[in-house]
Design a protein around this ligand. Structure first.
Ligand code: NAP
Length: 316
């Protein structure tokens, strides 16, 4: 049968990186915009699946956001994510799609999990409270894949990425994750010649970040060669302090003012890094070093802002 891989969420940061990779490998990718198909609408989704007959699905559609968005809109986060993932996984089974890769997040793990976090620490302790609605939905997604494997023999798997960054990231300060939010703050501070940029917390927490193109290679590696009940972590296995990350972004952006760490703001978990030895055993390893990845992401951001400004001028 001819391969037809539906990348759900193809316009997002992760979905667009996976689409770029699959297309560069000459593979047949299916895509549909949210304006044509809202994945919360089960019957429309099932009609679309019957008409388009994917042979595999990479499920990169989700309602995603940083701490502020998660804590302001918990109902949206749990409703959208539970609904779209249940619709897609159940719909895939009904349409006879045998292969599906569900994307979760490292926030599924307990707040105080032993570091580096191994896959088996799932559900061994309480979650980080700021994004527990999102995390619960993602845990349900992992278990939904396992349930369809157990009951129906479907080859559905789940991949847990670490924190990601790269082209098509969300730079909106109200909903962005920490890294794009810092990049935008430093960029704007450079333009306005602001003498300092305030970074929340002490800068001491350690976090694991990966360029989204490295994740895309990990996901496609799993699509092609991982077929187990258990979910699988995907991260570089190397962490950096928030201070280090902020200083690297400032350097890449060319911001020459001072960085002020506001220790009155919460730091969160002191360290969060995953054990990704399982995916490394499949032959995957990350290729993009942090500073190189941040520099290319900043170039993407500048082009994106220029394109947006040009589009606004033309429509005015
Ligand atoms: N970003 C990270 O740091 C990170 C880290 C770990 C894991 N992940 C996981 O990777 C996956 C993708 O994340 P991302 O960062 O690429 O997010 P993103 O950039 O916000 O992309 C999400 C995509 O989902 C689509 N979508 C959301 N709701 C939809 C709906 N109701 N109907 C149809 N499409 C819908 C969006 O469509 P529109 O384009 O139309 O809005 C968008 O294309 C998520 O499962 C996330 O948990 C992300």
């Amino acid at each position: 049968m001819e391969e037809r891989i539906w990348v759900a969420g193809h316009r997002g940061m992760v979905g667009s990186a996976i689409t770029r990779l699959l297309e560069s490998q000459g593979r047949n990718v299916l895509a549909v915009d949210r304006s044509t198909l809202d994945l919360r609408r089960q019957s429309e989704l099932e009609t679309w699946l019957r008409a388009n007959r994917p042979t595999a699905i990479i499920f990169a559609a989700a309602k995603v956001g940083g701490i502020l968005a998660n804590s302001s809109y918990p109902a949206d986060f749990i409703y959208d994510n539970l609904t779209i993932q249940t619709n897609v996984i159940h719909g895939a089974h009904k349409a006879g799609v045998d292969r599906l890769v569900f994307l979760g997040s490292s926030c599924i793990y307990p707040k105080f999990a032993a570091q580096p976090i191994v896959e088996s620490s799932l559900m061994t302790g309480p979650l980080e409270p700021t994004n527990e609605w999102y995390a619960i939905a993602k845990i349900a997604g992992v278990m939904t894949c396992q349930a369809y494997r157990r009951q129906h023999g479907r080859r559905y798997i789940s991949v847990m990425p670490c924190n990601l960054y790269g082209p098509n990231d969300n730079f909106d300060l109200q909903s962005a994750h920490v890294l794009p939010a810092l990049m935008r703050k430093f960029h704007e501070a450079k333009l306005s010649r602001a003498p300092e940029v305030v970074v929340w917390g002490t800068g001491a927490p350690l976090r694991e970040f990966m360029h989204v193109d490295d994740l895309a290679r990990g996901v496609v590696c799993c699509l092609d060669s991982y077929d187990e009940y258990d979910h699988i972590n995907c991260g570089p296995g190397m962490d950096h302090t928030i201070r280090d990350i902020a200083e690297t972004i400032a350097r890449v952006v060319g911001y020459e003012g001072s960085l002020v760490f506001d220790a009155s703001k919460p730091d969160g978990t002191p360290r969060k890094i995953m054990d990704s030895s399982r995916i490394r055993a499949l032959g995957w390893k990350p290729k993009i070093a942090l500073e190189e990845g941040l520099a290319s992401t900043y170039q993407w951001y500048l082009r994106h802002m220029a394109n947006r400004a040009e589009a606004e001028t033309q429509s005015a």
